[in-house]
Ligand binder design. Sequence first.
Ligand code: PGA
Length: 250
Amino acid sequence: MRKKIVAGNWKMNCDIAHTYELLDQLKERALNEDVEVIVAPPFTNLQSANQALIDSDILVAAQNMHQATNGAYTGEVSADMLKGVGIETVILGHSERRAYFHEDNALLAKKVTTALEKEMTAIFCFGEELEDRTSGNHFNLVASQLKEGLFHIEAADWKDVVLAYEPVWAIGTGETASPEQAQEMHAFVRKTITEAYSEDIANDVSILYGGSVKPANAAEIFGKPDVDGGLIGGAALDAESFAAIINAFE
Ligand code: PGA
């Protein structure tokens, strides 16, 4: 069943003191109860965040994980380790992971498989670079990210997948895709899923938009029929802005 979701990707921000402060400020605010709210702090603060939110409906997600169960992978964190501290949701394939840590579609396919095998929810991110958009290659590029990174999963696994369309040129740049551009791509994604799986699966999956979402533009973007929420970076670091984005849903 398609849900409304607003997820805050804190990236490499917020030490433990700031994490507690931000979560306290968020808990004080009235948040739209129709929206599933997720925060994704850095690894070191996941367990503390989860405990701080024990009496709240806000969920905690990891920003990444390794595809292997365990082993000699210095600096990495596995699905079991996340689950051991109560984390059931993981963001995979964020454009910063793709660009700075060389995560390609083949690697992401493995991470997706592991997350689903471990019964976690995967927030799968994808989106084109500016040059793909200007050359008109954005639909092809997105289709190949989905096909190569995600479409190996079984139909039954889609219930544990959330999609996040994040055009790279709109992330952290202040430049937002227009609501029409977001809608156009989200509709294309549903069509692509319909062709590969079924219309039911395409209609049931939540597709978030990410890239410079702010209180001022959230309502218009979330108002589009195929946009089910947002993956928020910068504006998620301020409780007032994040709450305003959550409450931007009708
Ligand atoms: P932004 O980041 O909202 O700061 O553009 C979005 C994201 O990277 O998920």
